[in-house]
Write a protein that binds this ligand. Structure first.
Ligand SMILES: C[S@@+](CC[C@H](N)C(=O)[O-])C[C@H]1O[C@@H](n2cnc3c(N)ncnc32)[C@H](O)[C@@H]1O
Length: 303
């Protein structure tokens, strides 16, 4: 039994799960045969997928360092995935030991392995909830226990929204979450795209999984940032969002898992460095002109 009252036997091992496929592609051990088969099919359909998932994790860490370095002390990480070192709280605590984090996922297996996500300081919570009901997420008592929505929050939606269909209104989901955040908050988001190659074979792998893969174009992902201003470098392929070092070879091929930039929303009148305006990176991807432009954000003043 997990702390949230879910029994391990409730975990469906007959169908691939996004969290476990991702864990497998990252080299983790918390996955089953169905997930490994799906991961292998994915790598066949989209050969850059393994470098893509690693690049996404690296992006997540850089973005977390950025928001925590900007002074935010609360993180709401929705679609947290299985524990993968370094976890978000470990990266954040290097800068701010007093960081408070609510991890949210709708997959019971994430709860089963949740102990690795618990900070010794007790300032983390793990919540089984579904982003498709965003109000329930922000009102969940275990989210409220660690997150004070009167103080700036970094909202992480990293590699999750492509599991929502258009009918599930992901833009409305993001808007509801956005409206719960006070001024000075950030949004960090990445998303898979088919902009760089036909990825219908990769999408087909998810047809038997517990969630479908819904690729979105650059314009479609940009809409999630309504109400935000993008910080430099704007919306980018993940290896090119404020890289610490020269991005690895083949980074421009990361299309299937093309994660978009991080951004933040703050009062907008505050002249924090790198926050105003947008700037595209030169597009050098396989489809010139649709390459790596980018996003980051400072929204109109709120609260
Ligand atoms: C690919 S993993 C991403 C993990 C982590 N955010 C990262 O980028 O490294 C996607 C996660 O989103 C979760 N997820 C998918 N649909 C969800 C939903 N509707 N509500 C909450 N979590 C969801 C999956 O269970 C999985 O753990």
């Amino acid at each position: 039994m997990t702390q949230n009252g879910f029994r391990a036997e409730e975990i469906d091992t007959s169908r691939p799960h996004p969290a476990r496929i991702y864990d497998y592609l990252l080299g983790g051990k918390d996955n089953y045969q169905v997930d490994r088969e799906a991961g292998d099919q994915l790598a066949y359909a989209a050969p850059e997928v393994r470098i893509g998932v690693r690049a996404n994790r690296a992006f997540l860490q850089r973005a977390v360092r950025h928001v925590v370095g900007s002074g935010v002390r609360q993180i709401l990480d929705i679609g947290t995935g299985l524990p993968t070192s370094p976890n978000v709280h470990e990266t954040a605590q290097e800068i701010a030991p007093d960081i408070r984090i609510a991890y949210v996922d709708n997959d019971p297996i994430v709860n089963t392995y949740a102990n690795a996500l618990l900070s010794p300081s007790g300032a983390t919570s793990i919540v089984l909830a579904d982003v498709r009901d965003p109000r329930a997420v922000v009102e969940h008592p275990d989210v409220r226990r660690v997150i004070d929505f009167d103080q700036p929050v970094a909202l992480l939606l990293v590699a999750i929204l492509h599991f929502l269909t258009d009918a599930e209104q992901p833009e409305q989901v993001v808007a509801t979450l956005r409206d719960a955040l006070p001024a000075g908050s950030f949004l960090v988001l990445s998303h898979a795209t088919g902009d760089f190659a036909d990825r219908s074979d990769a999408q087909a792998v998810y047809k038997n999984a517990t969630a479908t893969l819904n690729l979105r174009s650059k314009a479609g992902v940009e809409r999630f940032f309504d109400g935000f201003e993008l910080i430099e470098p704007g919306l980018a392929q993940v290896p090119f969002w404020r890289p610490d070092a020269t991005p690895p070879p083949k980074s421009r091929e990361i299309g299937f898992l093309w994660r978009r930039g991080a951004q933040d929303r703050l009062s907008g009148r505050v002249g924090r460095a790198g926050r105003a305006g947008r700037a595209g990176l030169p597009a050098r991807g396989p489809r010139p002109g649709r390459g790596a432009d980018t996003a980051a954000v400072a929204p109109p003043g709120r609260g």
